[in-house]
Design a protein around this ligand. Structure first.
Ligand code: ZN
Length: 277
């Protein structure tokens, strides 16, 4: 049963807003068919080769893993790069874009996902902040300098059984050493964050223009709280209302905000049916 009164309240929050702040966590990608890395069991189900090596997510997703097991680390990230390139973002992305078209200030996105799917769904690159970076950009593993470049020229070939990269890993154009994804990893002191910082500055400028901002938070849990902290910051500093869409943790602090205990696509589809009326 869909919580009808909550969906009505959610649609009303969207109608009243002059701009939409989309705050997305891992739950947004799950409905496109992307694997859920939540919990070691879930992670190892998606990557059985890493289960056999007893390597949890927080150990393979490190710069140290690229130094110790380069073919394995690139096997993991190369597989994800191919996956994110080939899977279509679900229709919920398009609904958000559509709702924003009627708004004086449109939308902006803050996402912890590195899949680039908001851009793939047709949302302008200049409207997105990727707080953990993007898998579609590379940087030097050392790093020898503060530069990043697009990963387009690299097509990974991965043996899925062993999670090993079969073709040569991408290299740094400056020093010839190994490259790595421009993603903030665990225990990562080397992430080159200039691109994300520029995105953040652009977003602050946009946020300052809004009078009735609404944060639509999607699939952002408390385990990696970056996105929820961002939502809270926008509520506190910009007087925004909050629409929190989260299957397991939908609670909100204020009576005028709405928490929907639903998956992202299901919630967005149900709200859209009301907005069309
Ligand atoms: Zn280099």
């Amino acid at each position: 049963m869909l919580p009808a009164h909550l969906i009505h309240q959610a649609a009303e929050l969207i109608r009243q807003a002059d701009g939409l702040v989309i705050a997305a966590g891992a739950g947004m990608g799950v409905d496109s068919g992307l694997p859920d890395f939540r919990g070691t069991e879930g992670f190892w189900n998606a990557y059985p080769a890493l289960a056999r090596l007893a390597l949890p997510f927080h150990e393979i997703a490190t710069p140290a893993a690229f130094r110790r097991h380069p073919r394995l680390a690139w096997g993991f990230y190369g597989h994800r790069l191919s996956l994110y390139r080939h899977i279509q973002p679900h229709p919920g992305f398009g609904l958000l874009k559509h709702w924003a078209q009627d708004k004086p200030y449109g939308l902006n996105v803050f996402t912890s996902n590195v899949d680039g799917h908001f851009q793939r769904a047709g949302i302008d690159e200049a409207l997105v902040q990727e707080c953990h970076g993007s898998i579609h950009y590379l940087q030097c593993l050392l790093p020898c300098r503060d530069s990043i470049w697009q990963a387009d020229a690299f097509t990974p070939e991965v043996d899925e059984v062993s999670c090993q990269l079969l073709n040569p890993a991408p290299t740094c154009p400056h020093c010839g050493g190994m490259a790595r994804p421009n993603i903030l990893m665990f225990g990562d002191w080397d992430w080159i964050e200039q691109r994300q910082q520029q995105q953040a500055i652009r977003q602050e400028d946009w946020l300052g223009k809004l009078r009735r901002p609404l944060v639509i938070e999607l699939g952002a849990g408390t385990a990696v709280p970056t996105v929820r902290r961002f939502s809270q910051y926008i509520v506190t500093h910009y007087g925004a209302r909050l629409l929190r869409i989260n299957v397991r943790e939908p609670q909100v602090s204020f009576a005028q905000d709405v928490g929907l205990p639903l998956g992202a696509l299901e919630a967005l589809t149900a709200i859209n049916a009301l907005l069309k009326e």
